[in-house]
Design a binder for this molecule. Structure first.
Ligand code: UGA
Length: 456
């Protein structure tokens, strides 16, 4: 099928490349010429495992352009995956969505086109996009729209760092539309994923447990709400285990055992019960804020979601307080931070706990030393003030430091030769911000092991 994808961020690019791999003819539109040039040269502007490989394999089905007129006419499906940054009141800024809808409305030709919202957009946005499309179509074509297009919501559940895996082997596909014809079109588009009938890429074999993928077809508003409900639930699951961790700490229980014993109840589930400095990234913070802002429009205050946000904020402070308790004074101390990305396998720094923790430490007069195996380059560009504290090597992070905090659990850090570094430090204090290190082993090596997760 002929498909157009507007926006080449994480979601748009992954969607476009995966659909091209599945055999569709995909044109990706992005107004950023630099990005388009990079993509035309076969290079991805984001760091995401397997994206380059898949782009290479699907190159014959992929076109990149800055011009809507090259992508929209003739496309059966147009995905909109533009950014929706948070505004100060928590509501997402929809100006890019509006601009995209206006341009699509102008370039849609006579064939039936399904315009699909893939960005996480507030409930009601589907209707809003439909009205912009209509206005723009009618203005440009000087005639009434008569069923040339319909709007659908097809929320994305991919995680950064495993975006390709999540797109090819999803837990479910959600399609919301108030127009039955668009469901048929999207069903056809996703057939190979729904039946898992495509040939898996050699570098990303199909996991054994993946069978047919359930299709959840709903009305527009329900699909829009599913996306928020899912992200807020995951966020609150993490905040919940962090809250239980606080109590575990007080009563002398071990949060790892508590999380395991709780999560094995199939009604609860073991995933997303990993305690630590809490969640970051571009989604949970933004989406929980947007959910609260939407509810506020209906005079509801969403107390559970609000509490999850508050617990998450406190977790970052807690990391600093833990070191303060141990070192007594932070002024003049050298504190190393391992990991800047909001989680491993990405160079994304948005709402990363590491940045907040570095700022809080600096505000207390500590000197931070920062390291990340992949995100350092992006950090230099996005955080110029803190970037002067970047270290080239892990050795520098430990050298003469009063404490080191593991903030992002990159595999490289877990495999460090910790015995080698203990002698380099001024005081060998390690704060395990992700609850992934072995306290006994570190103690044997001579470290003082600290955790905020709730381990005795
Ligand atoms: C999240 C969702 O998991 C995706 O399903 C969703 O599509 C995406 O948001 C989105 O809306 O675009 P992502 O933000 O890429 O994906 O990352 P996650 O893997 O969910 O991690 C989020 C944060 O939670 C990270 O900072 C991670 O370190 C933290 N986390 C995760 C924990 O602290 N504990 C856990 O047990 C799991």
């Amino acid at each position: 099928m002929k498909v157009c994808v507007v926006g080449t961020g994480y979601v748009g690019l992954t969607t476009g490349i995966c659909l091209a791999y599945l055999g569709h003819e995909v044109t990706c539109v992005d107004l950023n010429q630099e990005k388009v040039d990079l993509l035309r040269g076969g290079r991805s502007p984001i760091y995401e495992p397997f994206l380059d490989e898949l782009m290479h394999e699907a190159a014959h089905n992929l076109t990149f352009t800055t011009d809507y007129a090259e992508g929209v006419p003739g496309a059966e499906v147009v995905f909109v995956a533009v950014q929706t940054p948070s505004q100060p009141d928590g509501q997402p800024d929809l100006r890019y969505l509006r601009m995209a809808a206006e341009s699509i409305g102008r370039t849609i030709d006579g064939e039936f086109t399904v315009v699909v919202n893939k960005s996480t957009v507030p409930i009601g946005s589907g209707n809003w996009v439909e009205s912009i499309l209509r206005e723009s179509f009618e203005q440009f074509h000087s005639r009434r729209a008569a069923g040339e297009f319909a709007v659908a919501s097809n929320p994305e559940f991919l995680r950064e760092g495993s975006a390709i895996h999540d797109t090819l082997y999803p837990d479910r596909i959600v399609i919301g539309s108030d127009n039955p014809r668009s469901l048929d079109v999207l069903n056809r588009l996703y057939r190979a994923v729904l039946n898992q009938s495509f040939t898996a890429p050699t570098f990303l074999p199909r996991p054994e447990e993946v069978g047919a993928v359930p299709l959840v077809s709903t009305d527009l508003a329900s699909a829009e709400l599913i996306k928020y409900a899912a992200n807020a639930f995951l966020a609150l699951k993490i905040s919940y285990i962090n809250e239980i961790g606080k109590l575990a700490n007080k009563v002398g229980a071990d949060i790892n055992q508590v999380a395991r014993g709780t999560g094995l109840d199939a009604r609860i589930g073991s995933r997303f019960l990993q305690p630590g400095v809490g969640w970051g990234g571009s989604c949970f913070g933004k989406d929980t804020a947007a959910l609260i802002a939407t509810a506020a429009e209906y005079s509801y205050d969403m107390p559970i979601v609000a509490a999850a946000r508050e617990v998450n904020r406190r977790q970052r402070e807690e990391a600093v307080n833990k070191l303060l308790d141990e070192l007594r004074i932070l002024k003049g101390r050298k504190i190393g931070l391992l990991g800047l990305a909001f989680k491993p396998n990405t160079d994304d720094l948005r709402d990363s706990p590491a940045i907040d923790i570095a700022r809080l430490m600096t505000a207390r007069g500590a000197r931070v030393k920062l390291h990340d195996p992949i995100a350092a380059e992006r950090f230099r560009a996005e955080e110029p003030e803190l970037a002067t504290s970047l270290c080239e090597t892990v050795d520098e992070v430990f050298d003469d430091s009063d404490a080191v905090v593991l903030v992002t659990e990159w595999p490289q850090y877990l495999e460090l030769d910790w015995g080698k570094y203990v002698g380099l430090m001024r005081t060998p204090v390690v704060l395990d911000g992700r609850n992934v290190l072995d306290p006994q082993r570190l103690s044997r090596l001579g470290y003082t092991y600290l955790t905020i997760a709730g381990r005795p």
